[in-house]
Design a protein around this ligand. Structure first.
Ligand code: DC
Length: 672
């Protein structure tokens, strides 16, 4: 997951390959709650692992449910409708589904069994309405108090005393703000009064019906068949009892699929479509209907039971006018697809956008305009026309995962006529995708192709012990870029030579070893032939041999391809001796880092001492000066600053100060 302050996505032009979807959020959270409320044990496969499911799991634990990991699946031992814990403070983050449905269930249980719970969330959750649910539950006799603003969480449920509920008359709930209120009631009312039918009536319009369909489908899987009279009246039958299905699979998330369906429509060729695995025609999720909308805009689609393949059909895309009431979440993706359409796209019946993670109508309009699009917004609609001239923009994400995900698709602007190579897109606070799809960007980057020269490279070259490794890795981390420690590939070659007993002057054998290195770079560690060699590579002995063998042209040539292979979306920070001069001569920013020999010797000395290795500062200094001389005087790729490098002497700088200097220089080269 990217936890950087921003993520710059370079211009992209093509997409191909297979993505595996994370589990559906809507299904995961419903299944979790139902499994937690029913008796017995439920094994849940392919559960979504994200912020929204984590808060639900925490809530279940707080209620005394068993939550165990079972070989990648999650086992929930339910409370069987009887509270084991009678007081708890439950935090549900920014998860609307969890907040609404846990509130309904606990209001019913606390009121009938004499318990008391508080329900809280993040600040935004305390701005998301819940009055319609509270107003439906109170007339039954449920004890619910607003602990903050009336109409919004936080809430206090129950007063510690047991009350009988009146379930005789139809229970009435409004359906035009959020369908989650009805979902909450349907689930909660399985827990009480099962001696007779319970009827729920929807007042006015019921929006987002497909989400109710998911609820009904899952209730049936847990043994309760609800009668649905025209989406206006729902009857929970007498004798109902939530019963575990034993094991259940969560299908891939259809809203998450929308980004990849759009991706295929924008950038995949028919011969090499984007293949999405984890959901398809058999899906119970309403956002499957997004596929039809994407087709209307021009996508070419093949739909299997559990997969979807999408490629570009019509291009530029067709503008559409669509009532999006049934696909409110995926409709945001349509608004971004509209950037690639030939006219104005009008999405209507989306008033619910205003009470989601943020006011999505305002947010989408504001951010689309930053890219140059013409946007008209109304109380419950949005109209989007493609930019005449695309602008590089820093997209605010408002702690809304879907804004971050759908705007990543704006990086394909280079495909629109007259837009040259395209402009990059900056996504601020990209970690918000953790709500439903923590690995979204990694998944996207694995199936996209940038045009030549679009993926940025920052090179940091310098002499031994100048601190370039530390600095380069910090820069890479701050920007979410890949990191190449090129010294490590020379060191690995030296280690391979030592192990193979190769002579330091046997150039062909050394080059052969270099070409056949089995190296893997993981976060903070380097594996060679499957074993962790991170520490071994740092030995002075290995470094000294690396310095010698790196003088051989055949060795350098053999390691070139390996080094170039690090150059991926979204970008690369590479450190070494010849990154800016030979390997990445067209790098976007080149730093040449130096420090006095005395400073470098002292740093290395401290480093060794801290590891308990005895060292002598004078001989260390002599060694590193000898190595400098070798690195600077060899005939191939001698160590020297690139002509266009920025010189940075860090003798008197902290790592933070050096980092700030590099990030500042980088920011000046960015178009945002
Ligand atoms: O940066 P380092 O100390 O880990 O590098 C070890 C040796 O590898 C160094 O003495 C010279 C060589 N090297 C090189 O020739 N070119 C690079 N790009 C990186 C390292």
């Amino acid at each position: 997951m990217y936890s950087t302050r921003f993520l710059d996505i370079p211009p992209l032009v093509a997409a191909a390959g297979t993505v595996r979807l994370p589990g559906s959020k809507s299904i995961s959270n419903r299944v979790l709650l139902l499994a937690g409320l029913c008796a017995g044990s439920t094994l849940i496969h392919d559960l979504l692992d994200s912020d929204d499911t984590r808060v639900m799991l925490d809530a279940l634990r707080a209620l005394g449910c068993g939550v165990t990991d079972a070989d990648g699946a999650v086992r929930i031992d339910g409370i069987g409708g009887t509270l084991a814990i009678r007081k708890a403070d439950i935090f549900l983050g920014n998860s609307g589904t969890s907040t609404r449905s846990v509130t309904a269930a606990l209001a019913v249980l606390a009121s009938t069994q004499g318990a008391q719970f508080t329900i809280r969330g993040v600040a935004r959750m305390h701005e998301r309405p819940i009055a319609d649910l509270v107003d439906a539950l109170r007339p039954l006799g449920c004890v619910i108090e607003y602990a903050g603003e009336p109409g919004y969480p936080p809430l206090r449920l129950g007063d510690g005393a047991a009350h009988a509920l009146n379930l005789d008359g139809p229970i009435r709930v409004r359906g035009n703000v959020s369908s989650q209120f009805l979902t909450g009631l349907l689930q909660a009312l399985c827990l009480v009064g099962n001696g007779h039918d319970v009827v729920i009536e929807v007042i006015g319009e019921l929006i987002s019906r497909p989400y109710i369909a998911i609820t009904l489908n899952l209730l049936a899987r847990f043994g309760v068949q609800v009668r649905n009279d025209d989406w206006a009246r729902f009857t929970l039958p007498a004798g109902r009892r939530l019963t575990t299905p034993g094991a259940i699979h969560v299908e891939g998330d259809a809203s998450s699929a929308s980004y990849f369906v759009a991706l295929g429509a924008i950038a995949a060729r028919a011969e090499t479509p984007i293949r999405i695995e984890g959901m398809g025609s058999a899906s119970i999720q309403g956002d499957l209907a997004f596929v039809g909308a994407a087709q209307a805009m021009g996508a070419r689609v093949r739909l299997g039971e559990n997969w979807i393949e999408v490629s570009r059909g019509t291009w530029p895309l067709n503008p559409i006018t669509l009532d999006c009431n049934h696909i409110p979440d995926a409709a945001m993706t349509l608004a971004v697809m509209a950037l690639y359409a030939t006219g104005t796209t009008r999405l209507t019946h989306i008033a619910s956008w205003r009470v989601k993670e943020t006011d999505r109508i305002t947010a989408m309009a504001t951010e689309l305009r930053k890219l140059g699009a013409q946007v008209t917004e109304g109380e419950d609609f949005i109209e989007v026309s493609a930019p005449e001239a695309w602008r590089p923009a820093a997209i605010r994400t408002y702690d809304d995962h879907r804004i971050a995900m759908c705007f990543s698709l704006a990086a394909f602007n280079g495909l629109t006529a007259g837009n040259g190579g395209g402009v990059p897109v900056r996504v601020l606070d990209p970690q918000c995708v953790a709500k439903t799809f923590p690995d979204y960007f990694e998944t996207l980057f694995a199936v996209v192709t940038p045009p030549a020269g679009s993926v940025p490279v920052i090179t940091i070259d310098g002499p031994t012990a100048s601190g370039k490794g530390t600095l380069a890795s910090a820069v890479a981390q701050a920007l979410g870029y890949h990191f190449l420690d090129s010294g490590a590939v020379y060191r690995a070659t030296a280690l391979a030579a030592m192990r193979a007993g190769a002579r330091a002057d046997d150039e062909p054998q050394l080059a052969w070893l270099a070409r056949h290195l089995d190296l893997h770079f993981g976060p903070g560690r380097i594996l060679m032939n499957g074993a962790d060699v991170t520490e071994t590579l740092r030995c002075e002995e290995v470094g000294a041999l690396a310095s010698k063998i790196s003088a051989w042209p055949m060795v350098r040539e053999a390691l070139r391809t390996l080094q170039l292979s690090f150059h991926h979306v979204p970008g690369l920070v590479a450190d070494g001796r010849d990154m800016g001069t030979v390997i990445f001569p067209a790098a976007d920013l080149k730093i040449f880092l130096t420090a006095s020999a005395a400073t470098r010797a002292e740093r290395r000395y401290k480093q060794l001492i801290s590891k308990g290795i005895s060292a002598n500062i004078d001989s260390l200094r002599a060694d590193l000066e000898a190595r400098d001389a070798r690195d600077q005087n060899r005939s191939v790729s001698p160590l020297k600053p690139a002509g266009d490098a920025m010189l940075l002497d860090n003798s008197a700088l902290t790592v933070e100060a050096s980092l700030a200097a590099v990030l500042d220089a980088w920011e000046q080269r960015r178009p945002f």
